[in-house]
Design a protein around this ligand. Sequence first.
Ligand code: NDP
Ligand code: 8X3
Length: 253
Amino acid sequence: MEKKNKIAFITGATSGIGEATAKLFASNGIQLILCGRRKERLEALKKELGTKTEVHILSFDIRNKKEVFEAITSLPKEFSEIDILINNAGNAHGLEPIDEGDTDDWDSMIDINVKGLLYVSKAIVPRMVTKKSGHIINIGSTAAKEVYPNGGIYCATKHAVDAINQGMRIDLHKHGIRVGAVHPGLVETEFSKVRFKGDENRAENVYKGFEPLRPEDIADIVYFVVTRPYYVNITDLVVVPIAQATATILTKE
Ligand code: NDP
Ligand code: 8X3
């Protein structure tokens, strides 16, 4: 039987870690379903990566359950058998102590980072169970392992991702589905721009005085994880820049 290229479904492909992963996967012939809200970015990526692999784009807000299920149900037959799911879409919104935090920010983080990840998984995982194969990578964070000042709710959502990752593996290993998480420390992407609501100076300051991880570093790791032999499951991987010892211990120049 002819061996077909794998199909990967990547959420949050319009920037940062998701975009870098999409580019690396494309260079290695993995077919792509790329998701995000910013349609023009998805279209530009389709144009760029379409010379290397088959690309299908889906624009939806991961918070909207109806949109998520409709988008995934709309996949054409040639993209319907998903081999790899990269649950990457997510952000922090705000950085305040619990007594000053904005409840809209809390809603956004819980709805995107936790509920959105679950909606996408619920729409895709039963297909993997039916075909008795699949590989799910959940992008957590060092915030999934530690809690830092003013980031309690973001950390709570990432701790939830850690728990969901473990729960998925417990429930799905018997179906031949691999599940694992990659937990990065500080990576320079649009993450801080979103956290600080477009305040570019404040965002840039986060990564000044040390060498942060690059989105391509995480893409390399994700690619490594998904290209292990079928019986190898990397369950939990934490990666930080050398300047970062923990969520709060960071050596700057
Ligand atoms: P970016 O801000 O660069 O990318 C976030 C991605 O998530 C975008 O593609 C964005 O697409 C998508 N996204 C956000 N909200 C929604 C939504 N409501 N619906 C659909 N898609 C959405 O950040 P990163 O690349 O850094 O973040 C990717 C993941 O990595 C996140 O889960 C983050 O928590 C995690 N992470 C990041 C770290 C860092 O230091 N940067 C460290 C540890 C983990 P669009 O806006 O087009 O919808
Ligand atoms: C993103 C990294 O340190 O801002 O998850 O939580 S951090």
